[in-house]
Design a protein around this ligand. Structure first.
Ligand SMILES: [Zn+2]
Length: 293
């Protein structure tokens, strides 16, 4: 697997292992996974690599999945930024996150230091006093919420990559190479949407047994938009790994809404609908700003 420099940090590797291996192994014991999913993907390994900030994951069929270190850090920062925005207030729910994305797209000086400082600076600029900010960060409930969102983003991306394998995309990709060029791109985008749908269905089925909440939808939007925005702006993401942008977001939203309409009580569905539509509108706006061709 292409790994410029392997990250050996035990804590970070343990976190990814929890999501990429342990969590899926647990799911295999339940009826949540599609038929043959576990059999086809159980031997996949993973590596965290400092790949010069490719901000991506990549599946190597028959081997495993490479997680870019900077992408993991960026997911953590985004999770904190989204949560801080909610704590600041509904009017600013996405303001801090948008600033963070902007600094990443522009690759500003601020990124040389700790990306979490960007979040603090923006919160203070929005009128939060430093003491309040530090109290939020130190609050175990806040930390639990951020961690949950962060792990869900890793969970979604892990399932997405495993879905490529479970859905035999290696064989399909080989067939796609025989097509004329314009059709190839469309077909590759279709595979991305197929892998997203497979991952979202598993998350939904998993959450249906525990506590259904729109937080997993935040994680899905965050992950897909990261791939779209970073691919377009940094040009470091291989065009072939995660092509397709807005259709992926829209398809993901439809899938989640359909699931909620079918499973949740009318009251719950109503409550989630506003959150999900608001979140989707924000991320679609981000793509309009940063990902137009
Ligand atoms: Zn993919």
């Amino acid at each position: 697997m292409a790994c410029a420099k392997r990250n050996e940090d035990p804590n970070l590797n343990e976190i990814v292992k929890t999501v990429f291996i342990d969590k899926i192994k647990d799911l295999a014991e339940t009826k949540v996974l599609p038929k043959d999913f576990w059999a086809k993907t159980k031997d996949l390994g993973f590596a965290i690599c400092d790949n010069g900030a490719s901000y991506d994951t990549r599946v190597y069929y028959g081997k495993g999945v490479v997680f870019d270190l900077q992408m993991i850090i960026y997911f953590l920062a985004q999770s904190r930024a989204l949560m801080i925005g909610r704590y600041i207030g509904l009017d600013n729910q996405f303001t801090v996150h948008k600033d963070l994305v902007n600094q990443f797209v522009l690759q500003t000086e601020a990124l040389v230091g700790d990306p979490l400082d960007i979040i603090k600076a923006k919160a203070i600029a929005l009128g939060t006093d430093e003491q309040t900010y530090e109290a939020w960060i130190a609050d175990p409930v806040f930390q639990t919420r951020v961690t949950k969102l962060f792990l869900l983003s890793l969970y979604f991306i892990s399932l997405h990559e495993r879905c490529h394998v479970a859905l035999d995309h290696e064989t399909k990709l080989a067939a796609i190479k025989a097509l004329p060029e314009p059709d190839q791109a469309a077909e590759r985008r279709r595979l991305e949407i197929e892998a997203d749908a497979c991952a979202i269905d598993i998350i939904n089925a998993d959450e249906a047994q525990t506590n259904q909440s729109p937080i997993s939808f935040f994680a899905v939007m965050m992950t897909i938009s990261t791939q779209a925005i970073i691919a377009r702006n940094l040009g470091s993401l291989d065009e072939q790994t995660h092509p397709g942008t807005k259709p992926r977001l829209l398809t993901a939203k439809e899938r989640v809404l359909t699931f909620i309409a079918a499973k949740a009580s009318p009251d719950t569905a109503q409550k989630f609908l506003a959150t999900i539509n608001g979140t989707a509108a924000y991320f679609e706006g981000l793509l309009d700003t940063y990902s137009s061709p």
